[in-house]
Write a protein that binds this ligand. Structure first.
Ligand code: GAL
Ligand code: CA
Length: 342
């Protein structure tokens, strides 16, 4: 009798332990409110400010679905030190997910350490950390786009235009004299875009003559300045301007306008991003084309991933690879620009 009772006790104990184990395996939602802390490398950057507008829209959509969200945005103003402090402040203020647009994409360690210490996941976006750093913790994510693809598509746009219009080769020497306006040194979207755009032109058999490469830090005014210098040296010899983003393509156009160049000598301008102004310039036939950087898609991915990380529903998220989500780029010309204008 005693033995039977003992056996019953052991069975009950085992069942209890099984239930306990099963429970701990289930994902327990940490919180049902999403407190997003965002820090941006520079809020005056056109593409990022437009991306933030989209992100706010996405959070509204989540709110309408009954998911409560609040967000706090900080501008790091191009200082990594300031951004590190902002991350600490956001964590102290109770944020349960961080969205970080790194100032220095090669220097995220301090941010990762504090986030890890407080167990707050990080979604990096737009400025991709180096792969090694992404391995520092399993709660690090990245949302952005494939830099190589944007370069290839920009190169293809240029090829299509050059093949369609023999007038682009102004001096009829069989070569396209070109300049490149580059983003920041060390940014994944600068050097990779340039390389792949130029490689694509070469591969498609377009003969090129490089006149000048200038860094203009994504910035319209800096690009205008660089382009004025280039024009001082090369006058009306430039036939193609490849810009790593729309703002710099627009800046190059500003330089031609300021120096009163006639329409007949204008080169072909091609940008990347499809910002509001960029799309407008394509619509107005000022810019020949651009490559759309899907800010709506990126904003949606960041918002949905933020919510999933907080509520423990990460398995519902579709990743491109590992902890990465890449949204595709697409080509925009006068023919299809209406699909992109609001
Ligand atoms: C790029 C974008 C640029 C600039 C940069 C900032 O993806 O094309 O316009 O916003 O990010 O990191
Ligand atoms: Ca030529």
């Amino acid at each position: 009798m005693k033995g039977k009772k003992r056996l019953a006790e052991i069975i009950i104990l085992c069942m209890g332990m099984y239930v306990l184990c099963a429970c701990s395996k289930q994902k327990v939602p940490v919180s049902d409110k999403i407190y997003v802390g965002i820090t941006c490398y520079d809020q005056s950057d056109t593409f990022l400010s437009e991306l933030l507008v989209c992100f706010k829209e996405e959070l509204k959509i989540l709110n309408q679905k009954g998911i409560e969200t609040t967000m706090t945005v900080r501008n790091a103003d191009r200082s990594q030190r300031v951004q590190n402090d902002q991350v600490k402040e956001l964590i102290n203020a109770g944020c349960n997910v961080l969205c970080v647009n790194l100032v220095d994409r090669a220097d995220p360690s301090e941010i990762i350490d504090v986030a890890k210490e407080h167990d707050v996941p990080i979604i990096f976006f737009n400025r991709e950390p180096v792969a090694e750093d992404m391995k520092q913790w399993d709660k690090l994510y990245y949302v952005g786009a494939d830099a190589k693809q944007s370069g290839v598509l920009q190169g293809e746009l240029a090829v299509e235009m050059i093949q369609k219009n023999s007038q682009i080769d102004h001096n009829k020497d069989g070569k396209i004299q070109y300049v490149v306006l580059e983003g920041e040194a060390g940014h994944q979207d600068a050097i990779i875009r340039t390389e792949n755009a130029v490689d694509t032109l070469n591969q498609k058999g377009i003969e090129l003559e490089k006149l000048s490469y200038q860094i203009a830090n994504w910035n319209r005014a800096q690009a205008q300045n660089r382009m004025e210098q280039i024009l001082g040296q090369y006058k009306n010899r430039v036939e193609l301007v490849l810009a790593n983003n729309d703002d710099m393509a627009l800046g190059a156009m500003d330089a031609y306008k300021k120096l009163n160049y006639t329409e007949a000598v204008l080169p072909v301008f091609i940008g990347i991003d499809g910002t509001d102004m960029g799309l407008k310039a394509v619509e107005d036939s000022m810019m020949a084309g651009t490559v759309y950087n899907d800010k709506e898609g990126q904003a949606r991915a960041i918002a949905e991933l933020s919510a999933a990380l907080v509520t423990g529903e990460e398995d519902k998220i579709e990743f491109s690879k590992g902890n990465y989500i890449y949204l595709p780029y697409s080509k925009v010309t006068k023919e299809n620009v209406h699909e992109y204008l609001n």
